[in-house]
Design a protein around this ligand. Structure first.
Ligand SMILES: Nc1ncnc2c1ncn2[C@@H]1O[C@H](COP(=O)(O)OP(=O)(O)OP(=O)(O)O)[C@@H](O)[C@H]1O
Ligand SMILES: [Mg+2]
Length: 148
């Protein structure tokens, strides 16, 4: 599925819609260049779980930020991770899937996670000039999306 956004607010709205389609155990992998809008999209996704956008930061030094909502919500930013081996000390392999929702920026730095428990949703963002972004979504629960 492809969605076009013309503003940061539009990207947040798309994120909120995505959030409403998520279920416990879902792993949302975000791909896109610097400034593509990943963190902006996460703000929208998080809002569907009652998390304030102000609490979502692009703090790349915090690899994993946990939000105390139910189901648990993790915002993960792998910008600084150079090798999947660097992840072993973060505890990420225990939390992915499970009953939590995980949203991961720079998900390419995870390495191969096919075979990971949990439904994997892949979202690719690209800047198509000025404030326009293309958002490609794969693996979402489409029945839920179509009924929103
Ligand atoms: N349609 C749009 N959607 C999202 N962001 C937009 C849009 N138009 C302009 N922007 C701007 O692009 C930037 C997106 O920043 P954001 O932090 O969300 O990107 P990011 O992909 O998380 O970057 P990083 O790789 O540094 O983490 C913001 O400055 C935002 O205001
Ligand atoms: Mg970011």
């Amino acid at each position: 599925m492809r969605v076009r956004s013309d503003s940061p607010a539009g990207t947040e709205q798309t994120g909120q819609k995505i959030g409403k389609c998520l279920r416990p155990g879902d792993i949302v992998c975000l791909y896109g260049d610097l400034g593509a809008g990943k963190t902006t999209l996460v703000r929208g996704i998080a809002s569907a779980f009652g998390i304030s956008g102000r609490d979502i930061t692009s703090a790349s030094f915090t690899v994993i930020a946990e939000y105390p909502v139910s189901p648990s919500f993790y915002h993960i930013d792998l910008y600084r991770i150079k090798s999947p081996n660097d992840l072993d000390s973060t505890g990420i392999w225990d939390l992915l899937g499970g009953d939590a929702i995980s949203v991961i920026e720079w998900a390419e730095n995870l390495g191969d996670i096919t075979g990971q428990r949990g439904n994997i949703i892949r979202i690719r963002l690209s800047d198509s000039g000025s404030d326009t972004r293309e958002i490609m979504i794969e693996g979402i629960h489409e029945d839920t999306w179509n009924n929103l």
